[in-house]
Design a protein around this ligand. Structure first.
Ligand SMILES: Nc1ncnc2c1ncn2[C@@H]1O[C@H](COP(=O)(O)OP(=O)(O)O)[C@@H](O)[C@H]1O
Ligand SMILES: N[C@@H](CCOP(=O)(O)O)C(=O)O
Length: 326
């Protein structure tokens, strides 16, 4: 349940007095989500999302996130648009937390993604990467490769409770990733959390992307690796190459991969699996049971990491150089 902060009716009405949204008709907390408190807000001006930023989102990063959504929406990528107050600002304070109002995006996440969904997300991600090249603000990736070892070190000393030998396995995987991580690939703004719950579909078409709160400047192909991990594995842990082909074709129809990006996909996928394994591991071992944060299973990403370790070339994900059968 992602409503950490309670909002009273009187303080909501006072907060909205600075906007041109009309009168409040109703508001209610949204159960989905992990990081922030979200409310579905209905006013005489329409339907909106009210987001209150909780502790894990740094206040200094909010102008980047809101500015990026505004920029992407203005350049034709469907995503929530921050609603401006009469003074032109989009960021305010409510119930002691930074808060903002967003346009409501119709649609919902694909519960069982098909190759058609995968192709659409590949193409939308490439559009995001292409449009993002013109966005002038910068944000360093707080969960980049250099952050993984300190994050692992901050996990309680109970990692082997998940599986005996896991701490050693992660340690040697980190040695390998640190020694071989690619550095000279094209970079730009990436979403960095393009999971199925953050991409909405309506009537079979992709209707938009939400949740830009991990967006940052990074290797573009790393976003592809995150997305291959999130969209192309089946519940039994197997990689579905038909979905991989579709996602990569969708991407390359907009932005073809360079040869070095394609060659780096296996290690980028190992890195992506490590990043989500570590954040899930940290939450698993530190967040008390029964708290508001939904704990996601780190073992899902351990299995994905082990899969990627045995991949030696991008063709095993369904990659084909552009021009061949596209
Ligand atoms: N602009 C929006 N339009 C429609 N629904 C939204 C919008 N923003 C958020 N939501 C809803 O709120 C949920 C949580 O949002 P999300 O940004 O993923 O939260 P968190 O950052 O806490 O993970 C989403 O799954 C979706 O149901
Ligand atoms: N996608 C991450 C967790 C972040 O959750 P979100 O609701 O902000 O997308 C994971 O699956 O580990």
């Amino acid at each position: 349940m992602a409503v950490y902060t309670d909002v009273g009716e009187a303080e909501l009405i006072a907060f909205l007095a600075d906007y041109d949204l009309g009168q409040v008709l109703s508001y209610k907390g949204i159960a989905e989500g992990v990081e922030n408190s979200n409310f579905l807000l209905r006013t005489t001006g329409g339907t909106f999302i009210l987001t209150l930023y909780e502790k894990r989102v740094a206040k200094n990063d909010l102008p980047f996130f809101l500015g990026l959504m505004q920029y992407l929406a203005e350049h034709g990528l469907s995503c929530p648009l921050p609603v401006q107050r009469r003074d032109g600002e989009a960021l305010g304070e409510l119930a002691g937390r930074p808060g903002a109002v967003f346009t409501f995006l119709e649609g919902m996440g694909a519960r069982r993604p098909t190759p058609v969904h995968c192709r659409a997300v590949g193409s939308a991600m490439a559009r995001l990467h292409a449009i993002g090249q013109g966005f002038s603000m910068q944000r360093t990736n707080g969960l980049a490769m250099e952050a993984w070892r300190p994050l692992f070190a901050s996990c309680p000393n109970r990692v082997d409770e998940i599986e005996p030998g896991l701490a050693d396995e992660i340690g040697s995987e980190l040695d390998d990733l640190e020694a071989n991580w690619p550095r000279d690939l094209p970079s730009g703004v990436i979403h960095a959390d393009l999971f199925t719950d953050n991409v909405f579909f309506l009537g079979g078409e992709l209707s938009g992307i939400i949740d830009f709160y991990f967006a940052c400047n990074e290797l573009l192909a790393y976003d592809i690796a995150i997305t291959l991990c999130a969209w192309c594995f089946e519940a039994d842990g197997s990689f579905n190459i038909t979905k991989g082909v579709a996602l990569l074709k969708g991407y390359q129809a907009v932005r073809p991969l360079s040869e070095s990006e394609a060659d780096s996909l296996p290690i980028l996928c190992r890195g992506a699996a490590m990043r989500f394994l570590l954040t899930r591991l940290y939450d698993w071992l530190t967040v008390p049971d029964g708290s508001f944060v939904v704990k996601k299973d780190p073992r899902e990403y351990l299995r994905k990491l082990r899969f990627h370790r045995n991949v030696s070339r991008a063709g095993e994900y369904g990659y084909e150089p552009i021009g061949v059968n596209v």
